[in-house]
Design a binder for this molecule. Sequence first.
Ligand SMILES: [Zn+2]
Length: 381
Amino acid sequence: MALPTENVGSLPRPATLQAALHDYDAGKISRDQLTKEQDAACLDSIERMEATGAPIVSDGEQRASSFATYPLTDTLAGTGLAENLVADGQYFAVFADGHHRQLPRLTGGLFKYRTYAADYVKKAMSMAKKPLKQAVIAPSMLALLYPLDGIVDGYTRDQFLEDLCNECEKDIRGCFAAGAKRVSIDFTEGRLACRKDPNNPWTGRGMLAHFIELNNRVINRFTASERANIGIHTCPGGDCDSTHSADVDYADLLPSMFQMNAGYFLIQLASEKDKERVYKLLGQYSRQDANGVAQVCFIGVINPLNPRVETAEEVRDDLLLASQHIPKERLGSTDDCGFSPFSIDNKPKHGSPDVARDIAFLKITSRVKGTAMASQKLGMG
Ligand SMILES: [Zn+2]
């Protein structure tokens, strides 16, 4: 068995699609016209990802408003926002370059998704020749829709969390039922929860343990064989070529993170200063037996925030070094993050989203090649 390799999920939306989203928000084009642009971007994403040689592909999240808000709103500007949500919620994150992203705020029950990730999988299945993966959002992120203090009229926090867990479970099961081979849960708020950013109140509330417990409430509803194909993605954020929690020490997050009973983890690492130290932590804290499933560590070997294309040799060498600390049967490779988790992202360091798209496929090609080279070196075919 060769080392597995898998992307996180998103690709930059083409400039034409980003323009179409603005036009749709402005009422200049119809929903059908927007859908046509999204269809074209999904098909292009799948075909080009397949051409890299990747064993598993995604639609690049070209239909999603963002990795976090796809269940809630059609566009980032709030077109199609669910009825019991308003725009003025908590900051999900304040990024190192000063920009921020805000979540909606819940104003009443019952909480329900407007869109499930399975809706994307169904459409992608007819376009893909290779197995598909789908990313979904973690309950721990959407828990932030509920105001940090106080209660929503007629809808307690406990009621909300129960409804939220049910919706997340349904989201994951729907992806598998629609044909996805793998489902990874985006958990970027995990590392941010360790940051205690004075400009972002929830990060100072010590919420990591609550996040882990909440995510396990959903993950533990799946069998061990299902969980082998349910992953967790951790990163310090990746939006407009900037991060939100790269200064948080992984040692603060990883012991808790591996308590989640998921079968695999997609871990930002290419942009870490001291990779070997983190490889050691992964070897130390990932579990051979997480309630019946072995935890596979997919190390980040590609940095989507930097336009420089990593070489296949660099990818190979990262994996070989990691294999000294992580059992090779539980090792794989990934990108540090999605290439554009938010639909509107001008990729400033790349020059434009279209340039960033071209670069993304070159980077994925390097990941695939370098992973095959490492597999061979490790006697894994
Ligand atoms: Zn990420």
